[in-house]
Write a protein that binds this ligand. Structure first.
Ligand code: PLP
Length: 373
């Protein structure tokens, strides 16, 4: 009979740590009488741009829209055209690809580095064509892609760089944070992300004035001045309430990421089982924010069952790669053996900044008692 349980992510407990400031934020917005594109969004945009080290932040409705609106803005400004190709890691969440295809651009899938799970930048060159116009590295699981190499490649071939920072709020490499590397970056504030709202939310960060202005216009019906529409935009706004909640939580992002790192450090040093491959230890110069702690196992089903029997919840990120999804039948013939192997073997252990010592002990003990039959 299992008595203790380690949940995968206890969002109720995570948000309870900010309960009083979230309640104050709610009251502030309620009493302001102003619910869309007001002071809270404006302040959050300034604070988050400051945090990421960029000149601009544009709050939008969700992470997919953040990525998609950057691409759409590049099309509006003639930096991209329908049919252009964008380099995308094959090992990512499907939203990364959707942002490309909904703009009628072609995602060119490249394998990840098997150690870091992020884009293998060395493999990119052989996929470049005269239509390759951009590269979309994903900071998967909270680890920055090899952005120094991406920047070099982008400079050499004149590519735009769009970072998918949806899993990497606060992660940094060589002193620069996620969101501050590319030409532009997209963030998600989905509740389970490292910086999560109490609903949907997203943001674009960039240093490019023209891109910022175009994205800002597009997110609000293509209008700068009310009822004057310069572009055929859409409605993708971060609302005042979510912006106020995010402002309450942003000051605690670094300490929450520190707590994740402490848990990751324990898992990395105390899980000792030859059947379980641990993720690569981050280097001195990088700060991994452990959105997910992902291990590999040749018998993932057995490991997941064993953990469940011992009270440990685990999830799979992700069970099916984008190119094997029904939605992307057209990409099914891509040869991506590393990506497919990763998708067969990965399992995410509980990762939550509020995990207690005892809860982490349970995870470690359950991993260490696992045996492949
Ligand atoms: C969550 C996520 C997105 C999409 O964010 P939403 O806010 O859910 O639209 C995009 N890319 C990655 C890598 C994500 O993890």
């Amino acid at each position: 009979m299992v008595e203790s349980v380690t949940e995968f992510l206890n969002l109720k407990r995570v948000n309870a740590t900010s309960r009083s400031s979230l309640a104050a934020a709610f009251a502030r917005v309620l009493d302001s009488g102003w619910y869309i594109l007001g002071e809270e969004v404006r302040q959050f945009e300034a604070e988050f741009a400051g945090y990421c080290g960029t000149n601009h932040c544009i709050g939008v409705a969700n992470g997919l829209d953040a990525l998609s609106l950057v691409i759409r803005a590049w099309k509006e400004t003639d930096n991209l055209r329908s049919g252009d190709e964008i380099i995308v890691p094959a090992n990512t969440y499907i939203a990364t690809l959707l942002a490309v295809t909904e703009n009628n651009l072609k995602p060119v899938l490249v394998e990840p580095d098997e150690q870091t799970f992020t884009l293998d930048v060395n493999a990119v060159e052989s996929y470049l064509t005269s239509r390759t116009k951009a590269i979309l590295p994903v900071h998967l699981y909270g680890r920055l892609a090899d952005m120094l190499a991406v920047e070099k490649l982008a400079a050499q071939y004149g590519l735009l760089v769009l970072e998918d920072s949806a899993q990497a709020h606060g992660a940094h490499l060589a002193g620069r944070r996620a969101g501050g590397w590319g030409t532009a970056s997209g963030f998600s504030f989905y509740p389970g992300k490292n910086l999560g709202a109490l609903g949907d939310g997203g943001a674009i960060t960039t240093n490019d004035d023209q891109l910022a202005e175009t994205a800002r216009t597009l997110r609000n019906y293509g209008s700068e001045k009310k009822y004057h529409n310069r572009l055929q935009g859409l409605n993708s706004r971060l609302d005042e309430l979510q912006a106020a909640f995010l402002r309450s939580k942003l000051p605690f992002l670094d300490s929450a990421n520190d707590a994740r790192r402490e848990i990751a450090k324990r898992y990395l040093t105390e899980i000792k089982n030859p059947a379980i491959t641990l993720p690569l230890n981050p280097e001195e110069t990088e700060s991994h924010v452990w959105h997910l702690f992902v291990v590999r196992c040749s018998d993932r089903v057995a490991l997941q069952n064993h953990l469940a029997q011992n009270g440990v919840q685990s999830l799979i990120h992700y069970p099916i790669p984008p190119h094997k999804q029904q939605a992307y039948r057209s990409l099914a013939s891509c040869e991506l053996p590393i990506t497919e192997r990763i998708h067969r073997e990965v399992l995410s252990l509980p990762m939550d900044p509020t995990i207690t010592r005892e809860e982490a002990n349970l995870v470690i003990a359950a991993c260490n008692s696992f045996r492949i039959a």
